[in-house]
Design a protein around this ligand. Structure first.
Ligand code: SF4
Length: 421
């Protein structure tokens, strides 16, 4: 299948290294790019949040000291604070989380603690934005390190999506067909900025997660003739293919080219227009890795995330969200060998939690998510101690109008129900 990934990925060679584990502040100040890890070669959009200097005492403190300071600050704050930890965070951070989960599970979990004045989100920027959209008035959402973005979310910005929408509207018009379906429904993956969720809210569209993408596409096809899916081409392609949509009706939209790099004919037949975005963590998994795992571990159960490229999902035994993967491992009643295609921190944690199974990451190179690794315990200690001192630092606040429109798209997702067979 044609791919123009090389137009967006720029850095050559192997960029994987766990250097962010020890001192992400080294990369916060003036270093271009996301830092060592899977996303190192991706381009950070101009104007993305930057993190100021972390006070030296937190940079100098060792892990034991930071652990004690975080615990003390949490104890002092009590129910005034809730700490959320994404599955992909390192253990030194996750151990302080009140809730562990994927991005949407965590945003919802925060709502179960309405007394909390502060929600400290140990994840990435779009997750903190979603938590702020769902938070009650007066709650402050804090991202411990503002440089924790998401390279996939950054691949679709509101200006490029608006431009794409204008071009699609010029081709398809705005009139509904005889069954009342509009020409295009925009669908954004949860891993996107609040501005894109708001765009979907304003334009009859919806948000999806990796758990409910098929249900959301069914919702969209009941209301539209076709879908514009952003930012992750792989989740869109894998989901639509499983629903029986032919690949030649899924053109890719490269925002750097006129008509997304497509001929008008290709767009005329399109059912799902896939934005040219991808997760650099999941793009690393290959069919060769699966074949090697099968050769070395006969009977191995291969589970990958649907952000992986289509040939990898096709070659795996199963594909599912982080929560699906976690439940699959937890539910295995017999000792099983699992080869897993998702972020290495989560895989290593599963391996430690379930020693009765043999669990390993499909990718033998340690290549963490560069942006998740920006959350070091030093930043967590800093923002918590600032709260103890009565100061809110690194607050993520979504403009009220944007939040209102984004909420519309999120509420549509919550109301969408799988079709009963
Ligand atoms: S794993 Fe991929 S999608 Fe998730 S935060 Fe990292 S870059 Fe973004």
């Amino acid at each position: 299948m044609a791919s123009v990934d090389t137009l967006i990925t720029t850095a050559p060679g192997d960029t994987c290294a766990p250097d962010l584990a020890d001192g992400p502040w080294t990369f916060d100040l003036g270093t271009p790019g996301y830092g060592p890890g899977a996303s190192m070669g991706d381009i950070i959009p101009t104007g993305s949040p930057r993190q100021g200097a972390l006070p030296a005492e937190y940079q100098r403190a060792n892990n034991d000291e930071l652990h004690d300071r975080i615990r003390a600050a949490k104890a002092a704050l009590g129910r005034r604070v809730v700490v959320l930890g994404h599955f992909y965070q390192r253990d030194e951070v996750v151990q302080h989380a009140d809730f562990l989960g994927d991005s949407f599970q965590l945003a919802n979990a925060a709502q179960t603690v309405p007394d909390a004045e502060a929600i400290v989100f140990c994840g990435v920027h779009f997750m903190a934005e979603t938590a702020d959209i769902l938070a009650r008035p007066g709650q402050n959402v804090i991202l411990p390190n503002l440089a924790a973005g998401c390279s996939m979310a950054d691949m679709a910005d509101i200006d490029s999506v608006e431009e794409c929408w204008e071009q699609l509207t010029a081709i398809y018009g705005t009139d509904a067909d005889e069954s009342g379906r509009v020409p295009v429904i925009p669908v954004t993956y949860m891993n996107s900025s609040a501005a894109l969720k708001a765009f979907c809210g304003r334009n009859g569209g919806i948000v999806c997660t990796s758990s409910n993408a098929a249900t959301v596409l069914e919702w969209a096809f009941e209301r539209g003739q076709r879908v514009l899916f952003f930012p992750d081409q792989h989740l869109g392609r894998n989901t639509a293919k499983a629903m029986g949509i032919p690949l030649d009706q899924m053109p890719m939209w490269n925002p750097r080219k006129p008509l997304g790099g497509n001929e008008p004919d290709a767009l005329a037949d399109a059912r799902v227009i896939l934005w040219h975005g991808f997760c650099s963590v999941h793009k690393r998994f290959t069919v060769d890795q699966i074949e090697k795992a099968r050769a070395e571990y006969p009977g191995v159960r291969v589970i990958v995330h649907p952000e992986c490229p289509m040939p990898v999902v096709d070659a795996a035994d199963e594909a599912g969200s982080t929560d699906y993967i976690r439940r699959a491992v937890a539910g295995a009643t017999e000792p099983t060998t699992f080869a897993i295609g998702t972020e290495v921190n989560m895989v290593n944690r599963l391996a430690a939690e379930y020693p009765q199974h043999e669990i390993f990451c499909l990718d033998p190179v340690i290549c963490p998510c560069s942006t998740m690794y920006r959350i070091h315990p030093g930043y967590l200690a800093w923002v918590l101690e600032e709260l103890v001192a009565g100061r809110v630092t690194n607050r993520i606040s979504v403009d009220a109008a944007v939040a209102g429109d984004a909420r519309v798209a999120l509420d549509r997702m919550l109301a969408a129900k799988p079709r009963v067979a």
